[in-house]
Design a protein. Structure first.
Lengths: 70, 250
């Protein structure tokens, strides 16, 4: 079985299917970049989500809620 | 090899990666990967994304368990953005998540559905009453969220699926069937279609030139459904029938 590109294996934390491992390194790298981009967007969206949620928490409790959630 | 717009698995992969249709070119290099491998890859990517922020969702889920369901529902709707609610719901017990869903409005449940991985909450989805499933499905169809609906079809109850199919028009059914995540339910869908919906579906294929979608549907349904399509096509006006007969083998 061909070895997956290290960056793809690292972001998936497992080997992708064999047909994906057989793709050119540049394609696998592009896929890993797309996954990393999705992770960054998700983290940013979640950060915005947490901040939006916190706005509904009484001011006096925000610090402790933030400490628990983040 | 199919193009990215003609390959439902690449479209679904793009959805998981949050790519807009014009960004799907980033996946062109995967066009030759077999569909089962693309499904495995999509599951692996979904898992990687979930794992990346899991500790945050787990804390929100723990917090939401600490308050009564009615209060949690109010807080969820008014304070919890859909992405956060979706990830949190995937970590709640099915009973608790189901109770929450019952108390939330359709539009909010649709927002959460878009951000959810249905495979992660099968019991919650299967437990949603049929008429509620249909209302949310209609809302998702109004937003043209075909991939989202196609993913949920794998998990909804038989009654929920039948109620949803009754609510869709022919074009919607054609677009959803193309990106269905569980093709084994296609015959269940086809059996629930009325003749009027079959006629609409054929008209929509011609009107919008959805040849790839129609060909995929016909290739994946069983013989009796294919016979029904053939009979409706034979009875269709020439303006609908002729372009289909030229573009798709029935």
């Amino acid at each position: 079985m061909p070895e997956p590109h290290p960056s793809l294996r690292a972001i998936l934390r497992e080997d992708p299917p064999e047909s994906v491992c057989a793709l050119p390194a540049a394609v696998q790298q592009q896929l890993a970049d797309a996954i990393a981009g999705a992770r960054r967007r998700q983290s940013a969206d979640l950060q915005r989500s947490f901040e939006a949620t916190l706005r509904h928490v009484p001011f006096a409790l925000r610090g402790i809620v933030k400490k628990v959630v983040l | 090899m199919t193009t990215r717009t003609g390959n439902p698995e690449l479209i679904k992969l793009g959805h998981v990666l949050g790519l807009a249709p014009e960004q799907l070119a980033a996946l062109d290099g995967l066009a030759g990967v077999p569909a089962p491998d693309l499904r495995t890859l999509r599951r692996q990517i979904g898992e990687a994304l979930f794992r990346a922020d899991r500790q945050h969702f787990a804390k929100v889920a723990a917090l939401s368990k600490a308050v009564p369901t009615a209060v949690a529902a109010k807080l969820t709707e008014h304070a919890l953005p859909p992405l956060l609610a979706a990830r949190t719901a995937e970590l709640l017990e099915p009973q608790r998540a189901g109770d929450l869903v019952k108390r939330l409005p359709d539009s909010y449940v649709a927002d959460v559905a878009i951000a959810m991985d249905p495979a992660r909450s099968p019991e919650v989805i299967a437990g949603i009453p049929a008429e509620r499933v249909a209302r949310v499905a209609v809302e998702l169809a109004r937003r043209r969220e075909w991939v989202v609906i196609g993913g949920f079809v794998a998990q909804v109850s038989h009654e929920g699926l039948a109620a949803s199919v009754r609510a869709f028009d022919g074009e919607q059914l054609l677009r959803i069937s193309f990106v269905l995540d569980e093709l084994s339910r296609l015959d269940e869908i086809a059996a629930a279609l009325t003749d009027a919906q079959l006629d609409q579906l054929l008209s929509a294929a011609t009107e919008h030139e959805l040849w790839t979608e129609l060909a995929a549907l016909l290739a994946n349904v069983g013989e009796s459904a294919r016979d029904r399509f053939a009979a409706r096509l034979a009875a269709a006006p020439a303006i609908v029938r002729d372009p289909i007969q030229q573009a798709v083998s029935l």
